[in-house]
Design a protein around this ligand. Structure first.
Ligand code: DSN
Length: 496
């Protein structure tokens, strides 16, 4: 075969997690750390060791979980935790924050470079916090400034109680529109159990009942009618990509701020699987994320914003956040540095390829998927065709060593607690090195469990939680899962 002289050879990069190359050093570090903890509270050392064993020994398919590298994990265990640093870089309410300034600056710099954003805020402690920072920043930018001008351009500190009352009622009457919970939206997108559902009047957009896909014309029509101040795009259980350019067009048409919550798929954005119209950052005014899901960092949040919204986001602490967790910001910086490596792109692509393999594995075995498949990192299985609720299916899978979470499906007949779906995600097992064939085998094992599980009655008759599995199923699937796990070890070379 003739070779293409213009072709460039690219080094093969591993999609697996970094860490194997320094496993011996990390092993020694963890042995020492756990030995020290043991002398103070042995139960904590014990639970920490057991957690590693449990994570090593189960098929982790929770779409929002992952395995951070030992470098990320070790970064969190330092004296940076001991420092108070409320405020922002170079402008803190405490003395001696020079090293925290460095940490926060490096984290923000990596985030800006990785996502191509003019501004990044690394302080939020979680996704909920990041969204709260974003909502407040949008209100402050869009509502407070005109409000203040009306009050004679007084500064915030000069406002009287009556002025505040007026501002409060105005801010409290703002509108937010996000994706409905049963079609994949998140609680923080304006739903009652979260403060966002109390701060805003909320209306949802859903998906097309036939295809399960977002219907942008329907979103536009709803937005024209409702006229939200904030249009939220993003999801935690929608197995498809979103066209953020279209969402921005809709936001612009109705005068809304487009906020994208990319917590679930930030790793696919960082890894350039989602580009162009599918990359939220160039289209959104404000983008929020967690750092621990597909992005594979420490547990925490991040906000990206345009120049217009940056000054208000920067006031996140102390406006709505407690003091920054400097040790976690340091770990965010390390994780973001890892995500800038070529191997992270290979990882992100493998996450999406593996999700497709998992979906195909379900479909060829006759299972029903919401939207009929996936093109991101998650798959939503409708378990009603197995005669089960999500709760029963989740429990039966867990008994068999398969860790998932139950999830509502559109117009769920079993509601948000028992549900009719199981959500699967590929980020964690892809970090272990699982490939497409392994995910096909995972689909086979899941279907085997569900085919061998039946609803069972409770003491008071039919139950949405009780179930019975055919004898031997859990043991058989456990053994098959153990083979897959042994072939793709978690933290290879790490011994405690
Ligand atoms: N816990 C996250 C998830 O599982 O999607 C969202 O908060």
């Amino acid at each position: 075969m003739a070779t293409d002289p213009t072709a460039t050879t690219t080094a093969k990069v591993s999609p697996a997690a970094p860490g194997a190359e320094y496993a011996d050093t990390a092993s020694a570090a963890y042995r020492n750390i756990l030995g020290i903890i043991e002398t103070v509270e042995p139960r904590i050392a014990d639970a920490t060791r057991k957690e590693l064993a449990d994570q090593r020994d189960s098929l982790k398919l929770i779409a929002s979980e992952n395995y951070a590298s030992p470098a990320v994990l070790l970064t969190m265990g330092t004296w940076l935790s001991d420092k108070y640093a409320e405020g922002t870089i170079g402008h803190r309410f405490y003395a001696a924050c020079q090293n925290v300034d460095t940490v926060e600056s490096v984290a923000a710099e990596h985030a800006r470079e990785l996502f191509g954003s003019p501004y990044a805020y690394a302080q939020p402690h979680s996704g909920i916090d990041a969204n709260l920072v974003a909502y407040w920043a949008i209100l402050a930018t869009r509502v407070e400034a005109p409000g203040l001008a009306e009050f004679g351009a007084k500064g915030v500190n000069d406002l009287s109680e009556a002025d505040w009352e007026t501002l409060r009622s105005r801010m409290g009457n703002q509108r937010l529109m996000g994706m409905s919970l049963d079609t994949g939206g998140h609680l923080t997108h304006g739903f009652r159990p979260n403060i966002s559902g109390k701060m805003f009047h909320q209306r949802s957009y859903g998906t097309d009942p036939q295809t399960g896909l977002i219907d942008y014309n329907a979103v536009a029509a709803a937005a024209r009618e409702f006229k939200p101040l904030v249009l939220v795009a993003g999801y935690s259980a929608y197995p498809r990509r979103v066209n953020f350019a279209k969402m921005r067009e809709i936001a612009d048409e109705v005068g809304a701020t487009l906020m994208v919550d990319m917590a679930h798929f930030a790793g696919l954005v960082a890894g350039k699987v989602f580009t162009g119209d599918e990359d939220p950052v160039p289209h959104a005014h404000v983008t929020t994320t967690t750092t621990h899901k597909s992005l594979r960092g420490p547990r925490g949040g991040l906000v990206l914003a345009t120049e217009e919204y940056a000054p208000a986001v920067d006031k996140g602490c102390p406006m709505v956040l407690g003091g920054p967790l400097s040790h976690v910001m340091a770990a965010k910086a390390v994780a973001l540095a890892e995500a800038r490596q070529p191997s992270f792109r290979a990882y992100a692509q493998a996450v999406a390829d593996n999700a497709r393999a998992l979906a195909d594995g379900f479909l060829k075995r006759g299972a029903r998927l919401v939207t009929g498949g996936t093109d991101n990192h998650l798959v939503l299985l409708d378990v009603t065709s197995f005669g089960l609720t999500g709760r029963q299916a989740e429990s039966a899978l867990l008994d068999s060593g398969i860790v998932t979470n139950r999830n509502a499906i559109p117009a769920d007949p079993n509601g948000a607690w028992y549900t009719s779906g199981i959500r699967f995600g590929t980020p964690a097992l892809t970090t272990r090195g699982f490939g497409a064939d392994d995910f096909d085998r995972v689909a086979e094992l899941v279907v085997e469990v569900l085919n061998n599980t039946d609803p069972a009655a409770g003491p008071n008759g039919p139950s949405k939680a009780k179930y019975a599995m055919a004898d031997g199923t859990a043991q058989r699937v456990h053994a098959a899962a153990a083979e897959l796990l042994a072939a793709n070890p978690l933290y290879p070379g790490l011994t405690l």
